[in-house]
Write a protein that binds this ligand. Structure first.
Ligand SMILES: [Zn+2]
Length: 83
């Protein structure tokens, strides 16, 4: 898995990577309490990203699965961690 942040660009002044937003705000609804949560997505982290976040409202562990296409997050799926 490549990470642009850790990569040294050979031509920084010409590099388009430096203008690429690496973090995008996303939101999802908690599958436990139904409240909206915000999430900062590292789009350089891969096309499919799965991780666990604690709900900001009820602190329950939420399994999040992101689908990234190029520079856009095209899918956010959530489920209860133990389902
Ligand atoms: Zn919640």
């Amino acid at each position: 898995m490549e990470n642009f942040k850790n990569r040294i660009c050979p031509a920084p002044t010409l590099c388009y990577h430096k203008n690429m937003p690496l973090e995008q705000p996303e939101s999802f609804l908690c599958p436990y309490c139904g409240e909206p949560n915000s999430l900062s997505v590292d789009i350089s982290g891969g096309r499919i990203q799965e991780f666990i976040v604690d709900c900001e409202i009820c602190c329950a562990p939420v399994a999040v699965r992101l689908t990234v296409d190029g520079e856009d997050v095209v899918g956010v799926e959530t489920r209860r961690e133990n389902e």
